[in-house]
Design a protein around this ligand. Structure first.
Ligand SMILES: Nc1ncnc2c1ncn2[C@@H]1O[C@H](COP(=O)(O)OP(=O)(O)O)[C@@H](O)[C@H]1O
Ligand SMILES: O=P(O)(O)OC[C@H]1O[C@](O)(COP(=O)(O)O)[C@@H](O)[C@@H]1O
Length: 314
């Protein structure tokens, strides 16, 4: 069983501008919305790949439709806890000239201990021996930074492997949890890894060293995503860098989530590190060619994976 948790989902509203100029009035070329948030996006990509997946977390009842639609359309087991209020809308400003996206992620719905308890109950039903559980995205401000660390300990005690995609204090707390509460895999991006390290990691050697330190601390798989430079992968099988293929980019929003979904699909199939890296980058490249958290068909993703170059690092 595969499950994803999104405690702070979002409707992603992507606004395309001729050029983003801070302080000036813009007339948008176009606007579109996707139901998103990290765990929702991971579940969408896994469902497109053909794996059964359940999605849980907390959603607002007052703008439920986009989430209900996408979960139903992709046949994702909807195990969300619904609360009064609106799920946040995050703004993604796409500069058509440079192709760069500027993210404005809002704080989101806050909720108390009883809602978290309800989510915990769903997770403990979903997590069994051998399950893969993805904990992803920011935490609402009402939750303690060690929320992921605690959930990871509980899920591990049930025999599940946890894949964590978090940042800031929530990531730091999860990485300093005791040995029984560390995640099986993490996917920081360069900025998140620098935040954890407390210093810039400008050159490849510094990045690799930080990733190796995390793996040596007891996290079996560390993947550092590097945008257009691909990603680093470190496990007990070694370290490697995977390079992205040339890709038509429709939207970069959710590329990191697609990479996480590819990692999960690879862990599910027990792939060796180089093939796991190819699978993860193929998911990201497949998603980049589309808007929203959507992958092309399995054959197309497998064809992309075959073309991904992987370099072993010493
Ligand atoms: N501009 C790009 N060109 C090619 N591949 C990209 C680009 N942006 C992202 N990717 C792919 O998507 C993956 C995740 O993107 P990244 O930006 O690192 O994640 P996040 O969104 O979590 O910060 C990268 O490892 C890479 O494979
Ligand atoms: O929970 P956070 O950290 O605010 O991030 C939420 C945002 O990240 C996304 O999941 C996209 O993430 P990536 O582009 O890193 O894959 C959006 O759907 C959402 O707006």
């Amino acid at each position: 069983m595969i499950a994803t948790l999104t405690l702070n989902p979002a409707i992603d509203q992507t606004v395309t501008l001729d050029a983003l100029k801070p302080g000036s009035v813009h007339r948008a070329r176009s606007v579109w919305s996707d139901a998103g948030g990290k765990g929702v996006n991971v579940a969408c990509c896994l469902a497109d790949w053909g794996l059964p997946v359940a999605a849980t977390g907390v959603l607002g009842q007052d703008n439920a439709a986009p989430f209900e639609q996408v979960l139903a359309a992709k046949n994702i087991d909807d195990r969300f806890v619904w609360i009064p209020g609106e799920t946040r809308t995050n703004l993604k400003l796409l500069d058509a000239g440079t192709g760069e996206t500027t993210d404005i992620n809002l704080p989101g719905l806050e909720f108390g201990p009883s809602t978290l308890e309800a989510v915990r109950a769903v997770l403990s039903e979903l997590a069994q021996d051998g399950s893969l559980v993805v904990l992803a995205g920011s935490l609402p401000r009402s939750l303690a930074p060690d929320t992921y660390a605690r959930l990871t300990g509980e899920l591990r005690a049930r025999g599940a492997r946890v894949v964590l995609d978090a940042s800031g204090p929530a990531l730091s707390a999860a990485l300093t949890a005791g040995p029984g509460a560390l995640p099986h895999a993490i996917k920081p991006n360069r900025h998140e890894l620098e935040e954890w390290a407390g210093r810039p990691l400008a050159d490849p050697a510094a990045l690799l060293d930080a990733a190796r330190r995390l793996q040596a601390s007891g996290i079996p798989l560390v993947c550092v995503s590097l945008g257009e430079d691909g990603a680093l992968f470190v496990s007990s099988d070694g370290a490697l860098r995977a390079l992205p293929p040339a890709t038509e980019i429709a939207s970069t929003v959710g590329a990191g989530d697609a990479l996480v979904a590819g990692l999960v699909a690879g862990l599910h199939d027990g792939l060796a590190l180089p093939d796991l890296a190819r699978r993860a980058l193929a998911f990201a490249a497949g998603k980049l060619s589309r808007t929203g958290a959507n992958l092309p068909g399995r054959e197309a993703v497998e064809a992309i994976a075959q073309d991904i170059r992987v370099e072993s690092l010493t």
